[in-house]
Design a binder for this molecule. Structure first.
Ligand code: NDP
Length: 478
């Protein structure tokens, strides 16, 4: 029996994707570096569909129909190169190598270019939804050539999550586009989680709501415009009581958040592309600060707070909800704007409506909001920034007074709200008629002759600061 697709790397993600494929009627050849994992999968789940057991990559390749589709799901980084290097000599022109792990998009671009020279397709696909999604329907972001998608799309679309009958999978763009979009998805996920954390802190330290009470608040919020997977599970985590101590679970967990790196990658790319992803950046830094355990202990001894002696009113909970919504919108706007920047840089024709649509199901940032975002980018008149879509301009205008009140109150109470406040600063920065960047340009010209442009005359200028302070036309040197 020829298999329609081969999967190599059968740890939790690979095994679940293989099972998902088999459950959807595809014959799946299985391979793992250590054969024990393959046998474990077959022993536990071998009856779920048609599997072909293989012990070597040669056997895996030989078991596949042509053009061959080999999906790699091994640890990201050097292991992917190692598996690709072993596979390439075994493959024929037109075969497709798929990397479904969390690879950096630059690695994917490099691998795609190298395999294209050998007549092979290399497809980097972003998969979101964790183990559960991989098994029952993830959100899938495939890159690579459009031609490879014709051979791969039907399988991927079948195993992906579906929302309103539509698969949460669509061809994203060439080479590393799929992994890039997955990276930005993760960046938005970081910001999404941080704004939820800030709301929790404000409700706890500002309004005095215990976790159990907050679980009810978040459940309620999950019925409205904030409805999303992350808000839903926030209610679950806040409502959870530690079985050992009987305390709220959040009170027994060490308050240092870990990270695997995709948020950091997003920020680094944002810096390189000149995309102001300040909400995502602050969420990555918030995790970094949380992990500075020793300094935090010292700071509690040494640094004064001098918080204002104010108490919050009855409307505070609703204010926080609105501030959370507005900040979340800004994070999405920043992430999507970064995609626009990357599309220009790398020559990708990214369709933001399709991307927002395939994030609606299966992935961690799935949210009601994405329906409206999809609509905004499907409109004939596409907004150049998500916040300019009429529905969101209006929504944020409504939330603005509450957003300002919450940030001001947080500052007075000494409650850190890095993403609430950075998002508000981004919003105000965007809409401000004159920014102090004019002064920055003046300073740059004075200390480094970096030149400037004038508001009233075309051209590039330099002031002779150390001489008679007259202005001369200059060659633009930035
Ligand atoms: P791991 O990242 O833990 O990787 C383990 C797998 O990689 C095993 O099959 C292992 O084989 C194989 N492997 C490691 N090194 C090599 C090598 N040099 N040569 C061949 N095989 C090797 O597995 P996960 O299932 O957790 O994740 C797989 C990928 O999916 C990663 O890129 C991860 O970032 C990504 N991902 C994970 C998610 C998750 O929730 N876990 C969610 C979304 C994406 P062996 O059994 O022989 O050791």
């Amino acid at each position: 029996m020829s298999a329609q697709i081969g999967v190599t790397g059968l740890a939790v993600m690979g095994a679940n994707l293989a099972r998902n494929l088999a459950r959807n009627g595809f014959t799946v050849a299985l391979h793992n570096r250590s054969v024990s994992r393959t046998d474990e999968l077959l022993a536990k789940h071998g009856t779920e569909g048609d599997f072909v057991r293989t012990e070597s990559l040669q056997e895996l390749v030989d078991s596949l129909e042509k053009p061959r589709r080999v999906l790699i799901m091994v640890k990201a980084g050097a292991p992917v190169d190692s598996v690709v290097d072993q596979l390439v000599p075994l493959l024929e022109e037109g075969d497709i190598v798929i990397d479904a792990g969390n690879s950096h998009y630059e690695d994917t671009r490099r691998r795609e270019a190298a395999l294209a020279q050998k007549g092979l397709h290399f497809v980097g696909i972003g998969v979101s939804g964790g183990e559960e999604g991989a098994l029952n329907g993830p959100s899938i972001m495939p890159g690579g050539s459009e031609e490879s998608y014709r051979a791969l799309g039907p399988l991927l679309e079948k195993i992906s999550a579906h929302v309103d009958g539509k698969p949460c999978c669509a061809w994203i763009g060439t080479d590393g586009a799929g992994h890039f979009v997955k990276m930005v998805h993760n960046g938005i996920e970081y910001a999404d989680m941080q704004v939820i954390g800030e709301a929790y802190d404000l409700l706890r330290s500002g309004a005095g709501l215990e976790p159990a009470e907050q679980a009810k608040v978040f459940s309620e919020w999950n019925k409205g415009e904030l409805a999303s997977f992350l808000i839903e599970i926030t209610a679950e985590v806040l409502g959870h009581v530690d079985e050992r101590t009987g305390k709220p679970f959040v009170d027994v967990v060490v308050d240092a958040a870990g990270q695997k790196g995709t948020g950091r990658w997003t920020v680094i790319s944002g810096l390189e592309l000149g995309s102001p992803v300040s909400g995502i950046a602050e969420s990555v830094f918030a995790r970094a600060l949380s992990s500075k355990a020793a300094q935090r202990v010292e700071a509690q001894e040494l640094l004064s707070g001098q918080e204002a002696d104010i108490s919050v009113g009855e409307d505070f909970v609703e204010d926080v909800r609105q501030a959370l919504y507005a900040s979340k919108l800004v994070s999405y706007a920043q992430g999507l704007d970064m995609l626009t920047g990357a599309a220009d840089e790398y020559g990708w024709d990214l369709k933001l409506d399709e991307i927002a649509s395939l994030w609606r199901g299966g992935c961690i940032i799935r949210a009601e909001l994405l329906k409206e975002i999809t609509k905004a980018y499907a409109a004939e008149q596409k907004p150049s920034n998500l916040l300019f879509a009429p529905a969101f301009t209006e929504a944020i205008a409504q939330a603005l007074p509450a957003w300002r009140r919450v940030v001001a109150t947080a500052v007075q109470l000494g409650i850190p709200v890095p993403v609430f406040s950075a998002s508000l600063a981004y919003y105000d920065g965007l809409r401000r008629k004159r920014l102090p960047a004019a002064l920055t340009q003046g300073l740059r010209d004075l200390f480094g002759a970096h030149t400037y442009q004038r508001v009233d005359t075309e051209g590039t200028f330099h002031t002779l600061w150390g001489e008679d302070q007259s202005e001369i036309a200059a060659v633009d040197s930035h």
